[in-house]
Design a protein around this ligand. Structure first.
Ligand code: NDP
Length: 280
């Protein structure tokens, strides 16, 4: 049976993942069958079983299925266990092994593509959803000094920080207190607020200093509001989520095919095509 790969999500039609994985496979001379499969949260467990029965050996999972996918795995990487969600599934001896590659993808994009030294930085993380839970430990592992997590629903930020268990370095604050937090060298938007066309980003200017890099995990239209705010406030650098998208995909690819593809040509192609309107 041919080995099959896929990305599951809802909606999934605009996903860039089939294009990215096809480009990696061409580069490595691997014949790849990688499809986008739409599945609702209710249908996903059965769809995933059907996929496995039909030769499915690896899958990416995107919104809103990452936490459900976590519940369908028998084993995990330690970072997936900490995040409580997975975006990468690998079939092993008749069961699913789960990983989360979003956080390491972001760190690789920032440190290698954008040459940012994260060590000793004070970082503000906006959001406490599945991607924030992957990103927070990865930033701490990269050597940042302090992480402040702020989420619209503050209980979710508390849960995220409790799971990390480093009270000296990772803390939460309420959204209403953003004007009292001082300034940050890195501000990461891990919310999906930008997907709402009517959303605006009304964050205090006091969060920004002359060295601040602002990062949006989103790209395309969903990143416009936050990155426009960041530029208007005088942030030194602004980075969208396109590089992270390619890096997290490369880490998934590496787990399935035991080779890490070159990401720069794929990133450049995506940027040039301005293929920005899709899901991760
Ligand atoms: P989740 O649905 O798990 O979390 C959404 C987060 O956004 C929550 O913290 C939620 O807060 C917050 N939020 C939603 N609407 C608003 C609003 N109007 N104001 C303030 N906060 C809001 O999503 P993910 O964590 O999986 O993804 C977050 C974003 O990052 C998505 O847009 C996704 O496309 C993007 N992403 C990009 C990746 C890439 O490779 N570039 C990889 C992964 C994600 P609350 O808890 O209060 O609901």
């Amino acid at each position: 049976m041919t080995a099959r790969y896929a990305v599951f999500g809802q909606p999934i039609a605009h996903s860039q993942s089939p294009h990215i994985h096809a480009a990696f496979a061409r580069q490595e001379g691997i014949a790849l069958d990688y499809q986008a499969i739409e599945a609702s949260p209710a249908d996903f467990p059965a769809e995933l079983e059907r996929f496995a029965a039909g030769g499915g050996v690896g899958a990416n999972v995107t919104a809103p299925l990452k936490e459900i996918a976590f519940g369908l795995c028998r084993t995990f990487t330690s970072r997936a266990k900490l995040a409580g969600s997975v975006n990468t599934l690998l079939r092993k001896d008749g069961y699913w092994h789960g990983d989360t590659t979003d956080g390491v993808g972001l760190v690789r994009d920032l440190t290698e593509r954008h040459s940012l030294d994260l060590r000793g930085r004070r970082v503000l993380l906006l959001g406490a959803g599945g991607s924030a839970r992957s990103v927070a430990p990865a930033l701490l592992d990269a050597g940042i000094l302090e992480l402040i997590v702020v989420n619209r629903t503050s209980e979710r930020a508390d849960e995220l920080v409790d799971a990390i268990g480093e009270p000296g370095r990772a803390k939460t604050r309420h959204w209403e207190d953003l004007h009292d937090l001082g300034d940050f060298e890195l501000i990461v938007n891990a919310t999906s607020a930008g997907r709402d066309r009517n959303a605006t980003f009304e964050l205090p200017k006091a969060l920004v200093n002359s060295m601040t890099t602002a990062v949006d995990l989103n790209y395309g239209e969903a990143a416009i509001a936050f990155l426009a705010w960041a530029r208007a406030m005088g942030c030194r650098n602004t980075v969208d989520g396109l590089g992270m998208l390619v890096e997290q995909a490369a880490t998934s690819f590496q787990q399935w095919h035991e080779v890490r593809p070159e990401t720069d040509p794929v990133y450049a192609g995506l940027r040039a095509r301005n293929a920005l309107a899709g899901e991760e």
